[in-house]
Design a protein around this ligand. Structure first.
Ligand code: ZN
Ligand code: ZN
Length: 364
């Protein structure tokens, strides 16, 4: 099969020929039909996320199951599926404590570049190589754990469905699990793949005013079309002053940071009102620290919290997102701004890091 691979940190993304094994007993073989291109993949390419290379990129995909392992009962060949990059085990301490997004075994797999089983099923010239977060969707095929797939309706477009696996689940999940109340004012710093879905989640939750901050005019326009009521271009206006102006100097009820820059986490925290909450979602480098005013915690009763994968459990949440899409509450098609073939994946990454707005999707 062909796949988009990073061979070492800082090396260009390459399309190479790889061998793929049959699925193990609890695994399935998926023929990929669409895969989103996410900033987290780029963090693996640049080395900002220190993951084991060489590695097959991609973790936001949809496709058709072609083979199932001997112990797989719930999934059949021919099923259309979305891939999830956290194959929660259901039995570790975090899973049983109600936080499947923090699953210990899924985290081990991601860090080691393996599947949930601990195995590797992809080989490059005979040598097993890693896959991104137990998936590796930027490839003609992916062998993944049965816990990494959720079935979707066969008439759902694959390109739209693929986004459910990362950007949508992360953004909508973070909004739905935050303390947003109907009528609240919300801030979203960074209106990219995840941020635009926080906007949608906040709208679904009943927020009255949604402020989106982004450098990209495309992203600001998209944010307005998906529910934002004010957009701020931080290259033109001071975001904090504009936010205070819009909220009668009170600040927002809930603020989200979806970029992964510590100064922007501080902006979200500073923009939250007294008693408000800031949620950090973007992924900074593992060794970065944040400077914020400590006095604000007791004197203003502010909360700073984090959200990983939107607090989602894919088998529970992807069917709900499909229902929200069917009912028109969740919009997916407008998020996709560019389509590429697998061979053009390096170009898709170039466009991603140059800050062109909207999601890029590789389509087969
Ligand atoms: Zn992602
Ligand atoms: Zn677990």
């Amino acid at each position: 099969m062909r796949a988009a691979v990073v061979s070492d940190y800082g090396e260009p993304v390459r399309i190479v020929s790889l061998e793929i094994d049959d699925p193990g007993p609890n695994e399935v073989l998926v023929e990929m039909r669409a895969s989103g291109v996410c900033h987290s993949d780029w963090h693996a390419v640049s080395g900002r996320l220190p993951l084991p290379v060489p590695m097959v990129l991609g973790h936001e995909g949809a496709g058709v199951v072609r083979k199932v392992g001997s112990r797989v009962r719930q999934i059949q060949p021919g099923d259309c599926v979305v891939l999830s990059w956290i194959p929660s085990c259901g039995s570790c301490w975090w899973c049983t404590d109600g936080h499947p997004e923090l699953c210990e075994r899924a985290n081990d797999a991601a860090v080691n570049g393996t599947l949930a089983s601990g195995d590797k099923r992809v080989r490059w010239d005979g040598t097993p190589i890693s896959v991104f977060s137990a998936t590796g969707t930027l490839a003609d095929f992916a062998v993944v754990s049965e816990r990494s797939v959720v079935t979707i309706p066969s008439d759902m477009p694959f390109e739209e469905a693929s986004l459910l696996g990362c950007a949508v689940q992360t953004g909508v999940g973070a909004a739905l699990r935050s303390p947003i109340r109907p009528g609240d004012t919300i801030l979203v710093v960074g209106a990219g793949g995840v941020g635009l879905n926080i906007v949608q989640g906040a709208r679904i939750r009943g927020a009255a005013k949604i402020i989106a901050v982004d450098l990209s005019a495309t992203n600001r326009e998209l944010a307005l079309s998906l529910g934002a009521t004010l957009t701020i271009n931080p290259a033109k206006d001071d975001p904090l002053l504009a936010i205070l102006d819009y909220t009668h100097d009170r600040g927002v009820d809930v603020a989200f940071e979806a970029v992964g820059q510590v100064e922007l986490v501080a902006l979200a925290f500073n923009a939250a009102r007294r008693g408000g909450t800031a949620v950090a979602i973007g992924v900074p480098a593992p060794n970065e620290n944040l400077s914020i005013n400590a006095f604000a915690f007791p004197s203003q009763e502010k909360t700073l919290t984090g959200s990983w994968y939107g607090g989602s459990f894919a088998p529970r949440d992807i069917p709900r997102l499909v229902e929200l899409w069917k009912s028109g509450h969740l919009r997916l098609a407008p998020l996709i701004k560019r389509r590429y073939r697998l061979d053009d994946t390096p170009k898709a990454f170039e466009d991603l890091i140059s800050g062109r707005g909207g999601r890029s999707v590789i389509a087969w």
